[in-house]
Design a protein around this ligand. Structure first.
Ligand code: X2X
Length: 361
């Protein structure tokens, strides 16, 4: 009798186990990915920057569009890299970090093609930038990334970089001479400022604000989306808006991990990146491209800018903002020509040809 009861219990247990297994099989069919609890995302700045807001938006959208399966956590201020911002692409490529929203400058050590955006006085306008990102150049950059084990998902933006300093208004190349300027530790930046007779100091962004505070450097160069949150006017009275080069951001993912995602998950994450990119780009351009980006933010994202007129805002805080005349700009083009020529060679005729063709469209 006991034996039979025991036998029945075993059968019941076996049936229960089997049904759990079947349920599990139905819920996670063979080949389906198991998702990580958290996907680590690298970015070089903090959450109050437009760039940081773009990263947060991406994480929110990816979660919503995947029904909560993909949980991306932004790690701000290059905390995963101990501040070494130029290592981002390397660590995503080798899978230590899952994904990133990073500047082309910070990607350039692994993807030298990204330096196309850092050619001095080459791109100059949003219209030109859009042509490159959406054209053959953008495709070539993403293809180069793919070869190195990172998948480009969408473009974002840091913006056209403007120079600020505590000494004088910059109108002509001679005004840059002797200025000690913080730059990112990327060789093209050192070349440009050496060529102009400045004293470029390469420094991670994580150390830069302290250097401004302590007056270790006279100035720096960064887009409006960085100048505003650090309140650059506290350190530098002069800003020259010269759009001398630009750094787009790229949302990208470790290729091996990306390829293992089911197609619907890939599609959802990519859509999230494209949408977050549009939002973030509009934040960075707001007040610098007429009403265009302000309107995108209002109509599509129901977002109103805190600082809708960044130049006026900086002036109200005491900054002397200089815009170059065409003649002044030409003097800078001439002064930086040797660096331009050197880096066109480095980039190669193929990529440079693609970029000039894109610009003609
Ligand atoms: O380091 C910089 O200057 C910054 C914040 O703009 C980048 O990460 C490229």
């Amino acid at each position: 009798m006991k034996k039979t009861l025991f036998g029945k219990a075993v059968v019941k247990w076996a049936a229960l186990c089997l049904s759990v297994c079947v349920a599990a099989f139905l819920a996670f069919p063979a080949g389906a990915a198991e998702f990580k609890k958290e996907y680590k995302m690298q970015l070089n700045v903090g959450p109050t920057f437009y760039w940081g807001m773009g990263a947060v938006k991406f994480a929110e959208l990816a979660k919503a569009k995947t029904g909560g399966k993909i949980n991306i956590k932004p790690y701000f201020g290059s905390s995963l890299l101990k501040g070494a911002q130029l290592k981002s692409a390397q660590l995503v490529a080798n899978g230590v970090i899952d994904c990133a929203l990073e500047s082309t400058i910070n990607i350039s050590p692994v993807i030298p093609e990204c330096n196309i955006f850092s050619l001095p006085f080459f791109i100059n306008t949003y219209e030109n930038l859009d042509k490159l990102e959406n054209g053959k150049t953008g495709k070539a950059v993403f293809a180069a990334m793919d070869k190195k084990g990172i998948v480009g998902l969408a473009w974002g933006e840091n913006g056209f970089r403007q120079v600020t300093n505590s000494k004088r208004a910059i109108h002509k190349p001679e005004d840059v001479k002797g200025l000690r300027l913080r730059v990112v530790g990327s060789p093209i930046f050192i070349d440009i400022f050496r060529q102009l007779g400045a004293d470029p100091v390469d420094m991670n962004w994580g150390d830069a604000v302290t250097a401004f505070q302590q007056g270790v450097v006279d100035g720096q160069e960064n887009p409006v989306g960085v100048l505003l949150p650090v309140q650059i006017w506290q350190y530098h009275k002069y800003a020259t808006f010269w759009n001398y080069l630009v750094d787009p951001l790229i949302f990208y993912w470790n290729k091996k991990e990306w390829n293992a995602f089911p197609k619907d998950i890939q599609k959802a994450i990519k859509e999230a990146a494209l949408e977050a990119g549009e939002y973030e780009r509009a934040l960075c351009r707001a007040g610098l491209d007429g009403e265009k980006s302000i309107n995108i933010l209002k109509t599509k994202f129901n977002y109103t800018m805190d600082i809708p007129e960044p130049v006026k805002h900086m002036e109200a805080k005491g900054t002397t903002v200089t815009f170059l005349t065409d003649e002044e700009r030409n003097a800078f083009i001439a002064a930086t020509k040797p660096v331009f020529d050197k880096w066109v060679k480095e980039l190669g005729a193929d990529l440079y040809g693609k970029a000039t063709a894109d610009l003609k469209k």
